[in-house]
Design a protein around this ligand. Structure first.
Ligand code: FDA
Length: 504
């Protein structure tokens, strides 16, 4: 098909992409956003846009025959996952050989399916991970800007202290304190005023109706309601959905040409076309951005890309684990799906852990305390393209989780000892207490200051930028989207000031 041309194209519509789209639009640059997933706005026959976690249907996952939820089994029983029809659902699980990665698909990327936890990293850890970035400027300007735009707020401690929906978190908090550990409230982009109205029955329930990883029908300020709404509001930004960018090549006179595949809800190809642009911003996530760039390097299309591309990948030290509570200490059948409290032991000298107290929104008493632990795992993986299939391959061995498991175990052994409790071995499909073979926080692949310059520019190819989680080299110590957003704000400010001269 004949190609359209735009001054700027943004690939993907997650955090980095949304920041780029808004700031380009505000600067008067006509911009096209290409997103492979759906726009989640039309209610289905049941009146809901997204399906819930207790009764998942085809809207739950990206072209799967069966849901693949993180908590696989209960009492080793296969009661969690369901057969579904293949459909462009909101949550994808990309299964590499020895690591599975959860990502969001749709307008808003990960913001559609994530827990909304909006955490600014400890400055000391940020400086260690990204020593080339001026931390003063980040903590003075860009972190506050990101938090304000994302709509970060916090649970009212009084309400937290009394609502049955956070009993599970209070139980886990008290047990942590019993072990001498510190807990901290975790800010979120879910509107806590709305959540309180849910409890009173004044509004339709979402967090309090077990909605999260397959999308929230209400309450969550996902990117489509914040950055992307503002971007479209500039009048300069347009959005094309169900449009996957398959490859990138340079245009002889400057700029780039993208090959775009448009699919329908059955996954059938509707059209193949080309789009050209002067400035290209890659925001397809750690996996998506790295894959596009590796393909362009391997094919010879973008020869300037160096050896650092594909390196510096990590799962942010993610480990999930569950503990079994005593029968006389129930966690509650009603649980808010939005986590608000964490055990903060990040200052531990050898085993730093930031462990979020996660819900088990099963609608019944399970007696489980569940955690997503973020650890400081120094192991890193690399990406390459499978020569046969041309698909992304992640070189990450199961054993590379060992440091993360050791840190999580060190913390939760203390909690168990202090409370006379033990681990749950029935949650992850076999008899492991610790699950480190999947992650929610893929980071790296196109590390800042290594595969790119200090602002995400790709070497040798003017006007080409990485803007997303691929820039962060493997760890950030807390949930990553506030950092991804703030870094994107910093980088786009520089790029708009120094590079972008046409299209305004
Ligand atoms: P992101 O992954 O958000 O978006 C990339 C987009 O690009 C997607 O929409 C994708 O469909 C699209 N795309 C990819 N390839 C493409 C192509 N070739 N062409 C067109 N489009 C393409 N973080 C946090 O801080 N707090 C939390 O509570 C959580 N919780 C959480 C739960 C779950 C279940 C998940 C999966 C993730 C989280 N996260 C999280 C992580 C967080 O969501 C994640 O770090 C960010 O979404 C990453 O942002 P990016 O901008 O890198 O891309």
């Amino acid at each position: 098909a004949a190609g359209d041309s735009f001054p700027a194209v943004v690939v993907g519509s997650g955090y980095g992409a949304s920041v780029a789209a808004l700031r380009l639009g505000e600067a008067g640059v006509t911009t096209l956003v290409l997103e492979m997933g759906r726009l989640w706005e039309e209610p289905a026959a049941d009146g809901k846009v997204f399906c819930g976690m207790l009764n998942p249907d085809r809207r739950s996952m990206w072209f799967k025959d069966r849901t693949e939820a993180p908590l696989d089994t209960l009492l080793w029983l296969d009661v969690v996952n369901r057969p579904i029809d293949r459909y462009p659902g909101a949550l994808d699980r990309v299964n590499f050989e020895e690591m599975s990665v959860y990502v969001g698909r749709g307008v808003g990327g990960g913001s559609l399916v994530n827990g909304g936890m909006a955490v600014t990293p400890a400055r000391s850890h940020f400086e260690k991970v990204l020593p080339g970035v001026d931390a003063d400027e980040m903590y003075r300007t860009y972190f506050p800007r990101a938090r304000a735009m994302l709509g970060v707020n916090s649970v009212d401690p009084d309400w937290f202290g009394s609502t049955p929906y956070y009993r599970y978190a209070r139980v886990a908090r008290d047990q942590a304190h019993q072990a001498g550990l510190t807990t901290a409230y975790v800010p979120n982009v879910y509107d806590f005023g709305y959540m309180e109205r849910e409890e009173r029955g004044d509004v339709a329930a979402s967090a309090l109706a077990s909605e999260v990883i397959y999308g929230n029908n209400h309450g969550k300020r996902s990117l489509d309601k914040t950055y992307l709404a503002a971007a479209l509001g500039t009048g300069k930004v347009t959005l094309r959905t169900m449009s996957e960018v398959e490859s990138v090549r340079p245009e002889p006179g400057g700029g780039y040409v993208l090959a775009v595949k448009e699919i329908d809800v059955n996954g059938s190809v509707v059209s193949r076309s080309e789009v050209s642009c002067r400035y290209l911003f890659l925001g397809a996530g750690s996996l998506g951005t790295t894959e596009l760039l590796l393909r362009a390097r391997e094919s010879g299309a973008l020869p300037g890309l160096g050896e650092e591309l594909g390196t510096g990948w990590g799962p942010n030290g993610n480990i999930m684990t569950g503990r079994a509570n005593h029968p006389w200490n129930p966690t509650g059948a009603r649980q808010s799906a939005i986590p608000v409290l964490a055990i903060d032991d990040w200052n531990h000298p050898t085993h730093p852990v930031f462990a979020e107290i996660a819900p088990v929104p099963a609608g019944i008493e399970t007696g489980i305390s569940l955690y997503l632990a973020i650890t400081d795992n120094p192991e890193r993986g690399t990406f390459e393209l499978d020569p046969a299939s041309g698909k992304l391959r992640l070189n990450w061995r199961r054993g590379q989780n060992a440091p993360a498991v050791a840190s999580a175990k060190s913390l939760f052994d203390r909690v168990n000892r202090a409370n006379g409790t033990s681990y749950r071995y029935d949650l992850f499909g076999d008899d492991r207490a610790f699950a480190g073979d999947f992650c929610y926080h893929p980071l790296g692949g196109c590390p800042l200051g290594a595969a790119t310059d200090a602002y995400g520019r790709l070497p040798g190819h003017p006007g080409l930028y990485a803007v997303d989680s691929s820039l962060i080299p493997g760890s950030i110590g807390v949930n990553p989207f506030v950092t991804i957003t703030a870094l994107a704000e910093r980088n786009i400010a520089r790029v708009l000031a120094e590079d972008v001269t046409t299209g305004r």
